[in-house]
Design a protein around this ligand. Structure first.
Ligand code: PFF
Length: 473
């Protein structure tokens, strides 16, 4: 290994970096619309319970495994399992999964970067045209934007943990919080905004069925960046004095607060800027919301604050989403980079160059999946439908393997690494946690119902995605 292990410089730096990973596109757009359409306040309460009682223990488990091993996920599962072959394979899965998620997430980040650029040079009217998104994702300009985004990711990760990831998080996250607050205040002070708040928050229990429960849990799990090896890797960059349970709680709270606040921006904006809206027709897909729907909503603003004002608000929004996306993609991309460094003894620069080159190739395949190249556009067929290369990567790694990775980490901590080792590591830096009710809850839940639920989600996803059979909801 090259030199001693890098570390975050402060507790705040670690929390901001982990929160930066957790706060992503899902928080800003997917969560608000999903919540509004699936029971409002009732969905919010259910989501908060899932975060606190199911996702938080998994986050604590991942951070603890990272800190105990001081390794990337592959090294961590290999070492702590006593070089068991099966667990080493699970370790590999924790390296390949984040890399492949980075592959498709980069494409979405590139689109956001493109929309940020276009809206800031005065092309909002064009972005609001129905055919623009389709043309945009098949234009070769995309590769110029991709070069820009990759350069930013490279520059941050090249700086390492303290000078790169932590520094970027310390700038981008406070900026993101401030921008979000400004946009929420701006939107809430518009006429008709409270119709959106009502639509967002009024509880409607009748909308909650098994499918919604499943969706809320999946959303909470993804939103906290679990099952991606990220919290293991970031956990390996903190020292034994850090209080892991309290850090994890803060990260979960920040992520949930941002998702909640985003709802106070998106829904009132839709209702206020465009009062004729039919809420039931809102798409739950974050992608179509960001790129097809919201530009039209922003353009409506020109009636009250002029075209320049509307463009400024749109640019501000895309900058906010871009910051959220960059801190997420940096965190996920650090996982394979860290693995190459510690498993193959590579220097950071070399590991980064190798990963970036592979990222560009695979992301280009994804970017070419939208009609550019027939081979990638109709790449495979399952459950009776043709799927593109982008769809395949999304279905396999984001939808299917994440819950499996979560399941494996629970089983690993409790049954392979063993409770007493886990608790001993956890209590370092958090003596008040020892033998507490919360510690007992974390132990019990990780060994019983959390893996049970994750197994159910995994089986359901496989049945639905690849065989077209809905087991739940
Ligand atoms: N927590 C992120 C989100 O809610 O968007 C999930 C994520 C996705 C993290 C992709 C990192 C990433 F590269």
């Amino acid at each position: 290994m090259a030199g001693s292990r890098e570390q975050f410089g402060s507790k705040l730096g670690f929390i901001l970096a982990a929160a930066g990973s957790a706060v992503g596109i899902g928080n800003l757009v997917g969560f608000p619309v999903g919540a509004a359409k699936n029971g409002g306040g009732a969905f919010l309460i259910m989501y908060a319970i899932f975060v606190a009682f199911i996702c938080l223990p998994v986050m604590i488990a991942e951070m603890t495994v990272g800190r105990a091993s001081q390794k990337d996920p592959l090294g961590a599962l290999t070492n702590l399992s006593g070089h068991n072959r099966g667990w080493r394979m699970a370790g590999w899965l924790s390296i390949i999964t984040p890399f492949m998620i980075a592959v498709f997430y980069l494409v979405i980040t590139v689109w956001i970067f493109g929309y940020l650029f276009e809206s800031s040079i005065g092309n909002l009217d064009e972005l609001a045209q129905p055919e623009t998104f389709g043309n945009f994702i098949t234009s070769s300009n995309l590769f110029i934007y991709m070069a820009g985004v990759v350069a930013i990711i490279y520059a941050i990760l090249r700086g390492g943990v303290k000078e790169g990831i932590e520094k970027a998080a310390k700038i981008l996250m406070p900026a993101l919080f401030i921008m979000l607050i400004i946009l929420v205040v701006f939107v809430l002070t518009r006429e008709n905004a409270f119709a959106g708040v009502r639509y967002y928050l009024i509880p409607d229990i009748s909308k909650i069925d098994a499918g919604v429960v499943n969706g809320a849990l999946a959303q909470a799990f993804f939103s906290l960046s679990l099952g991606m090896g990220i919290m293991i890797t970031y956990g390996s960059y903190i020292d034994t004095r850090a209080n892991l349970p309290s850090s994890a709680k803060l990260v979960a709270l920040t992520d949930t607060a941002v998702a909640f606040a985003a709802g106070l921006m998106i829904l009132p904006a839709i209702f206020s800027f465009n009062p004729e809206v039919n809420p039931d027709e809102l798409s739950e897909s974050s992608i179509s919301m960001i790129f097809s729907y919201l530009p039209q909503i922003f353009l409506e603003l020109q009636n009250s604050i002029g075209y320049f004002g509307a463009s400024a608000v749109a640019s501000f929004f895309f900058l906010l989403v871009f910051f959220a996306a960059i801190t997420s993609i940096v965190s996920i991309f650090e996982v394979p980079v860290a693995a190459l460094m510690s498993e193959k003894g590579m220097e950071r620069k070399k590991a980064l160059l190798l990963c970036v080159s592979l990222l560009i190739v695979f992301s280009a395949f994804c970017a070419l999946s939208f009609g550019f190249v027939e081979f990638f556009t109709n790449f495979v067929s399952y459950a009776g439908a043709d799927r593109s290369f982008f769809d395949l990567v999304y279905d396999v790694f984001y939808d299917t393997i994440l819950p499996l990775n979560g399941l494996l980490i629970c089983l690993f901590v409790i049954y392979r690494w063993k409770k007493h080792n886990f608790n001993e590591e956890l209590d370092r830096g958090a003596p008040e946690f020892k033998n507490s009710l919360f510690e007992r809850y974390v132990n019990f839940s990780l060994g019983t119902f959390i893996p049970g639920i994750l197994l159910l989600i995994f089986v359901n996803t496989v049945a639905l995605k690849y065989f077209g059979v809905a087991l739940i909801g």
